[in-house]
Ligand binder design. Structure first.
Ligand SMILES: NC(=O)c1ccc[n+]([C@@H]2O[C@H](COP(=O)([O-])OP(=O)(O)OC[C@H]3O[C@@H](n4cnc5c(N)ncnc54)[C@H](O)[C@@H]3O)[C@@H](O)[C@H]2O)c1
Length: 353
């Protein structure tokens, strides 16, 4: 098999590429990336050492696809992945990459009749609807209840039939618009496609920053003993997310690559689920236990733009169709990331500290 992974020097792209090459040494894997994300440059040598071909290129440029060979599958994992991107009034890079760039990726896949696997996001679900959901405030977190004002949500989390009307951030909109185009290419051009709407994905080699990659940010701040803040929802750190280890995501993508006929055209929510979820407050406790460090955390009651109180993935559909479910929990994720910081302390300090 020949596979192109766009955003292949990013966190998800490089992790998938290296896992694929390790499990299928005969596969030829090409990783295209423009290294926009700070820290992605560290992945280039990891890719090369693993026997993967790194191609410096930009998905915004049609010409950058010309030098690429024909492939059997494209995994589209390039993006400006921050939910805050463009909200300052400068959406060009975001839209040109996440939407028009996806079109270039689709056309390349079409040219070579390659299967197309898309990394979409839970952020396609509208913010205001999520913010009106019924929840209980527990001692350390907010939790969804079963009794809800809209369909597609229960205490298990948010499912694919959650209503889509309403604003969702420019990031979420570029992803949803890409999804719509992918469905057209699937229906009218016969391209085999899968859309994965992922909640928070995390693990070693994520270059966490304030607006993207909260898990690594939280652990790194503990590791280097810096300051953090609980922003919004009263400033108590009860906002909750599910966390998907990238190794769990890999098992799903591996299955999809090799069984695409069984899920061709599907949209699948895929995330850590309730079992692998945490509030910031709970995450702080785990970070303290694993790193042995306690840092100051300021409390800021005002909620930040585009933030949501909680997001949990309901994995029912993906599990029913593929048998996949996540296996790695939050504590193990924190332990693995801490170990990765320890092992790569010097290289990571200028990026994550
Ligand atoms: N990390 C998460 O929590 C999460 C959750 C849901 C969905 N996703 C999606 O998964 C995908 C991968 O995200 P990630 O976490 O690895 O982010 P990342 O920033 O680590 O990786 C994205 C990569 O794309 C590259 N890139 C950006 N613009 C580009 C362009 N114009 N041309 C070529 N390369 C470009 C960046 O340099 C980076 O290496 C994205 O599509 C993201 O939207 C991520």
């Amino acid at each position: 098999m020949k596979i192109l992974i766009t955003g292949g020097a990013g966190f998800v792209g490089s992790s998938l590429a290296i896992a694929l090459k390790t499990n299928y040494p005969s596969y030829e894997i090409f990783c295209l990336d423009n290294l926009k994300r700070k820290g992605s440059e560290l992945n280039v040598s990891r890719l090369t050492q693993a026997g993967i071909t790194y191609v410096h290129g930009d998905i915004r440029s049609k010409e950058d696809f010309d030098s690429l060979p024909a492939v059997d599958a494209v995994i589209e994992a390039s993006a400006e992945p921050s939910v805050l991107a463009g909200l300052d009034g400068t959406p060009d890079y975001l839209i040109n990459t996440n939407l028009f760039g996806t079109v270039n990726c689709l056309n390349y896949a079409l040219k070579h009749k390659a299967d197309f696997i898309f990394l979409s996001t839970s952020r396609v679900y509208p913010i205001k609807t999520i913010e009106t959901l019924n929840f209980v405030e527990e001692e350390t977190r907010f939790s969804l209840t079963d009794d809800q004002p809209v369909k597609g949500v229960s205490s298990k989390g948010i499912a694919e039939d959650f209503p889509l009307d309403g604003a969702r951030s420019l990031y979420g909109t570029t992803k949803l618009a890409s999804e719509l185009l992918i469905q057209e290419y699937n229906e009218f051009y016969g391209l085999r496609t899968i859309i994965n709407r992922c909640g928070v994905i995390t693990g070693p080699w994520q270059m966490g920053k304030v607006d993207q990659g909260v898990m690594v940010l939280w652990i790194a701040k503990h590791y280097w003993e810096q300051q953090l803040g609980y922003f919004g929802y009263g400033g108590t750190g009860k906002q909750t997310r599910d966390m998907l280890h990238v190794a769990d995501l890999y098992r799903l993508i591996d299955w999809q690559l090799h069984n695409i006929d069984q899920v061709n055209g599907e949209i699948l929510n895929a995330g850590g689920g309730v079992e692998s979820s945490t509030s910031l407050q709970e995450l702080t406790k785990i970070c303290q236990e694993v790193t042995g460090k306690t840092i100051p955390i300021k409390q800021v009651p005002e909620t930040r733009t585009a933030d949501i109180r909680m997001y949990i993935t309901d994995n029912s559909k993906v599990t029913r169709l593929t048998g996949w479910k996540p296996e790695i929990g939050v504590r193990q994720i924190v332990e693995e990331i801490t170990e990765w910081l320890d092992q790569n302390n010097k290289a990571l300090e200028p990026i994550l500290k």
